[in-house]
Design a binder for this molecule. Structure first.
Ligand code: DAH
Length: 339
């Protein structure tokens, strides 16, 4: 019995010493100390041991068990420690490494230009509104004093959805939609996409963007128009910018004008940017035609107003000195990355 216990103990300790994982270690424990383990088997043989030897043999079995358990505990702790050290080494995060860069996109020049225009007009108390891109012929032409046989309609040839529904050629129909709401006074800008049956080239596209402006109140005069748009030009192109109004014709305004700004590149001396002119055309504007007010149920004897329309691409091209409009639509990231 004594020898058997000694051999069990030796075998167990040798196996514990050799084992290289917590799992193996556990298997060894079960094999020796478990319910069907070798040491348990020995205990079962106790019934054959004589009564007076029993306490001594029992003591020996217990000693063996304790000895194996003690070595087992030490080995287990050692192994757990090693495992943890290994993990600590392998899973370490070097906080001094450069961070992974997030690839964020770039704002489109059109978007930057629009935000700039909105910032300026919101600062002057304007509201930003929107209208539909698919529009009734009535709002796009008729209610803007452009009757069916008017030559201005030819200039803005567009895409027809049906006899009386078009892709809007201008943002001006939003003026009518705002006036029809009947809430006065009005101080709004309306940015959005417009469409024309134009061939693509460096300065034309069948789809581009405009920002419409409309102010309606009592006692609004051309002086208000001039002051507002002069301020807009200064904010957009710099405080030195001067403006000039040239008479023009738009069916929905009377009088109408086109506004030029002094070239912000040469300050008006004449350069490549302004084609030697010193001035750059920027927008169309005018006093809202009394007929247009009447059609939208506003009394022209009580209310007057001014309106303007700016090409958004035109502003983006000028501000960022881009010489081909097509670049704005090609989505070449090498181009867009520059803004
Ligand atoms: N809608 C005009 C166009 O597309 C631009 C314009 C001119 C708008 C004068 C206006 C305005 O509101 O008063 O050519």
């Amino acid at each position: 019995m004594k020898e058997r216990l000694a051999s069990i103990r030796e075998k167990a300790l040798a196996q514990i010493k050799e084992s290289d994982s917590l799992e193996k270690l556990n298997d060894i424990k079960v094999a020796f100390l478990g319910k069907k383990g070798e040491l348990t088997e020995v205990l079962k043989g106790m019934k054959d041991v004589s009564a007076d030897e029993r306490p001594m043999v029992g003591q020996m079995v217990n000693d063996t068990r304790q000895a194996i358990e003690a070595v087992f505990e030490i080995a287990k702790n050692e192994m757990a420690k090693k495992k943890r050290e290994f993990q600590m080494k392998n899973e370490v995060i070097d906080v001094t490494l450069p961070a992974k860069k997030n690839n964020v996109g770039h704002r489109h020049p059109n978007a930057i230009a629009l935000e700039e225009v909105q910032r300026i007009f919101i600062g002057m108390g304007y509201e930003v509104v929107e209208g539909p891109e698919v529009e009734y012929d009535y709002y796009n032409f008729e209610a803007l004093n452009i009757p069916a046989n008017h030559p201005a309609k030819d200039e803005q040839d567009t895409f027809y959805i049906s006899e009386n529904i078009v892709l809007r050629t201008q943002t001006s129909p939003v003026q009518v939609r705002e006036m029809e709401k009947g809430k006065l006074p009005i101080r709004m800008i309306a940015p959005g996409r417009v469409f024309r049956a134009d061939e693509v080239d460096a300065t034309h596209s069948p789809s581009f963007h405009q920002v419409e402006g409309l102010v309606i109140d009592k006692n609004i005069t051309f002086a208000d128009l001039k002051g507002t748009l002069a301020e807009f030009a200064k904010e957009l192109f710099g405080p030195e910018t001067k403006v000039k109004f040239r008479p023009h014709h738009f069916p929905f305004t009377e009088p109408s004008a086109e506004m030029d700004v002094t070239c912000f590149k040469c300050g008006g001396k004449g350069c490549r940017m302004c084609k030697g002119e010193g001035w750059i055309e920027i927008l169309g504007c005018g006093m809202v035609h009394p007929r247009v007010l009447e059609m939208s149920k506003i009394d022209p004897d009580e209310y007057t107003g001014f309106a303007f329309g700016v090409g958004l691409e035109r502003i983006a091209l000028l501000k960022y000195e881009i010489d081909d409009m097509r670049l704005l639509y090609e989505n070449d990231v090498r181009f867009l990355r520059q803004f």
